[in-house]
Design a protein around this ligand. Structure first.
Ligand code: FAD
Ligand code: NAD
Length: 402
């Protein structure tokens, strides 16, 4: 009998951790492992706001997959997944097809526009390396054109960010670092550039306590961020965001939407039942009703039995799921019982630029300021270690001094 083929879709947090653990759990004789990813590199999704602001280069936020996964052990396919045909156990790629015995769907997220008029056409998204790099390049292009007198309207320098969740706030935190550098480079007075964050809810970062949120607002405002809270965006035009009942236009030369994310569109295209853009998985991480398909990370909802609600999708969750998915695939191949996934919450930290931040760690300890910023870098390096190992941390880790 031929050995079973395990196919992993996506080399992000969940996919890479799954593959790295599969190679430890299964010998070459026991299973063939295939990893399929759009690019030949892995990028740190959790660092994309830095790439988008220009405080981190795209290369610093990514590494070659073949540097951390042995191509002699795992077949690496660099192609885009178009659709999964689960009845025929086949994955359709842009340039070929792959069959599987066991499938892991770890294709991550896409930005959710919630169908807001004009958003897809007119706003930038922090979605992957290329879309994030484009934002940094666009901001600098606006500055260069203004400096050269090609545009004279001050509003062209405005950077308007829709959404005051983690991504939007961490992004404006990076912008307050980068904008002064760009102003200096292009001879533009700092006070000509407005950074405006627009949030529909009465406050930003609803997942944090009020005192941490107040701290974050104060910190960012003192460094030049303007907040428009309670301002729901109903449309995006080439000039900016339309907000409120009076249809006020908040103008910007750079308009970025960070209003939410949803699972890969491949899920819906493949006929899986969707709940808010993702699939529900059982405690063993298999899609409900599927014997041989696992869905991880931002593609799935896994229930927290204690709260009766799904765990929020994060990089932390995705890496932990990768370990259990690999163990459960090995168990299926060895005819052993599967184990249930239990999330171990290490806390949450949001950066507010290079030297500031807020966080909840160790189940209830609040941190802010430099200690939170330092903790964020520890978390970033730890995650990098989980997907890339020690050598990658040495090459790409965040050892930037304060
Ligand atoms: P990803 O890591 O996004 O990986 C998906 C992979 O699939 C990518 O390699 C992609 O190229 C590939 N892919 C996608 N579509 C296809 C296709 N059709 N064909 C082939 N390949 C494909 N979480 C935290 O815990 N802490 C943080 O500090 C944090 N910061 C964040 C900052 C930002 C700016 C953003 C946007 C998110 C942040 N998150 C954070 C959330 C975290 O990034 C996600 O929850 C996490 O990336 C999910 O991991 P994943 O493996 O599901 O997907
Ligand atoms: P999010 O859904 O967490 O936040 C989106 C924000 O946009 C919300 O505050 C929402 O009220 C606002 N919004 C939505 N529609 C709006 C509208 N029409 N007008 C104005 N505002 C609107 O999305 P995100 O910040 O992109 O985060 C995505 C995921 O990634 C989350 O699960 C988050 O936990 C995770 N993440 C974590 C970190 C971290 O741990 N440091 C950092 C970034 C992202």
């Amino acid at each position: 009998m031929s050995k079973p083929k395990v196919v992993v879709l996506g080399a992000g947090y969940a996919g890479l951790v799954t593959v790295r653990h599969l190679t430890k759990k299964l010998s070459q004789e026991e299973a063939e492992i295939v990893l399929i990813n759009k690019h030949n590199y892995h990028y740190e999704s959790t660092w994309l706001h830095e790439v988008a602001a220009g405080t981190l280069t795209p290369n610093q936020a990514r590494f070659m997959i073949s540097d951390v996964v042995n191509p002699n052990r795992v077949r690496l396919v660099y192609d885009t997944v178009v659709e999964i045909n689960k009845d025929e156990k086949r994955v359709v790629l842009e340039n070929s097809e792959v069959t599987y015995d066991y499938l892991v769907i770890a294709l991550g997220f896409v930005t959710n526009t919630f169908g807001i008029k004009g958003m897809e056409e007119n706003a930038f998204f922090i979605q992957d390396i290329d879309s994030s790099r484009l934002i940094a390049e666009h901001i600098e292009y606006q500055f260069a054109k203004y400096s050269a007198g090609e545009i004279t309207d001050d509003e062209a320098l405005n950077i308007v960010v829709g959404g005051g969740g983690f991504t939007g706030i961490e992004f404006v935190g990076e912008l307050v670092e980068e904008v002064p550098r760009l102003c200096k480079k292009h001879d533009i007075p700092r006070n000509k550039v407005r950074i405006i964050n627009v949030e529909a809810a009465p406050s930003i970062l609803p997942m944090f306590d009020k005192d941490l949120v107040s701290y974050a607002i104060q910190s960012l405002e003192s460094r030049g961020v303007e907040f428009r809270m309670g301002a729901a965006i109903s449309e995006c035009t080439p000039e900016g965001f339309v907000v409120g009942e009076d249809k006020e236009l908040i103008k910007g030369g750079t308009v970025v939407w960070t209003g939410g994310v949803t699972g890969s569109p491949v899920l819906g295209k493949s006929g899986f039942e969707l709940v808010k853009g993702k699939v529900n998985v059982d405690a063993d991480l298999r899609i409900q009703g599927e014997e041989d398909i696992f869905a991880l990370g931002d593609c799935s909802w896994v229930m927290n039995k204690e709260t009766g609600r799904p765990y929020p999708p994060t990089g932390q969750l995705a890496t932990q799921e990768g370990v259990v998915a690999a163990e459960n695939i090995a168990a299926l191949i060895h005819n052993a019982p599967l184990k249930d996934f239990v999330f171990s919450d290490k806390g949450t930290v949001a950066s507010l630029g290079l030297t500031d931040g807020i966080g909840n760690i160790f189940q209830g300890t609040k941190i802010k300021g430099k200690s939170a910023a330092a903790m964020k870098k520890v978390v970033d390096d730890r995650t990098l270690f989980l997907v890339g190992g020690a050598k990658t941390v040495v090459k790409k880790g965040k050892f930037r001094p304060f």
